[in-house]
Structure formats: C-alpha cells, structure tokens
Design a protein around this ligand. Structure first.
Ligand SMILES: COc1ccc(C(=O)NC2CCC2)cc1-c1cc(C(C)=O)n2cccnc12
Length: 121
C-alpha cells in the first residue's frame, strides 16, 4: 500500500527514533522516561534551567525539531548532566545518569553509526 504523507518518516527521524529506543533500554527504572516532577525533586526547576527527558526527545523527533544527530546527542547529554547536577554523587539517580551517559555515548560513536550509511552527512 502507498504510505500516506503523514506516515512517511524522514530518514533522520527514523534513525533518531531507533537510537532513542536503544537509549531507553538503558533506563530500566524509567527515571529518565518523563520530566522530573518538582514534588519528588524539591527545587528541581530552580536548579535545572533546561529540563530534558526521553518523552520530550520523542516529541521533538515527531515535531521534526532535530535538524541533526548532534542536536539529538546534545539533548541526551543535557538530560544526563541535569541528573548529575541536581542529584548528589552516590544517589541512585546520579549513578543511573552516569551509567546511562556512558552506555549511550558508546552507542553513538561514529564506528557504531557508520553502518547506517550516509544519512548522517
Ligand atoms: C521521571 O522521574 C522519576 C520517575 C520515577 C522515579 C522513581 O520511581 N523513583 C523511585 C526509586 C526510589 C523511588 C524517580 C524519578 C526521578 C528521576 C530523577 C532525575 C532524573 O533526576 N529524580 C530526581 C529526584 C527524584 N526522583 C527522580
């Protein structure tokens, strides 16, 4: 059947959705799945100027807001660094953020991405 225009995904969007799914697998407790709620994180919005989470990244993919892979990677780093800024070292969230950042960036190296073809150029 012919894909309707709305179903036609831009190549970059399809790639970013796949990368996002792989990154989300590294967050089994879903600490990064949704925006952090100030009720559970006192003072969060005073300390973290630019919140980021996986659901927001997904929405940005769907709204074609990412013009490049680097913009996507920047939001991923922002999300992890926010958690390492707000949560003290040793907390479950700081440790989860460090592990997620490390594992995520390993998935986003040129060596891992090259097989995806010239979509990134
Ligand atoms: C979407 O955010 C969350 C969702 C669920 C949970 C959660 O289930 N926490 C339970 C583990 C001990 C309580 C925590 C969080 C959470 C993430 C974060 C981050 C990412 O900083 N956070 C910081 C302080 C307090 N809670 C959180």
């Amino acid at each position: 059947c012919v894909l309707k225009a709305s179903q036609k995904r831009r190549p970059l969007s399809r790639l970013l959705e796949q990368l996002l799914r792989n990154l989300e697998k590294r967050d089994p407790h879903q600490f990064f799945a949704w925006p952090v709620n100030d009720n559970f994180a006192p003072g969060y919005s005073d300390i973290i100027r630019k919140p980021m989470d996986f659901s927001t990244m997904k929405q940005k993919i769907d709204d074609n807001e990412y013009k490049s892979l680097n913009c996507f990677i920047s939001d991923f780093k922002l999300m992890c660094n926010n958690a390492m800024k707000y949560n003290k070292a040793g907390t479950v969230y700081h440790k989860a953020a460090r592990r997620l950042l490390h594992a995520g960036l390993k998935q986003l190296t040129p060596q891992k991405l090259r097989p995806l073809g010239n979509i990134l150029t």
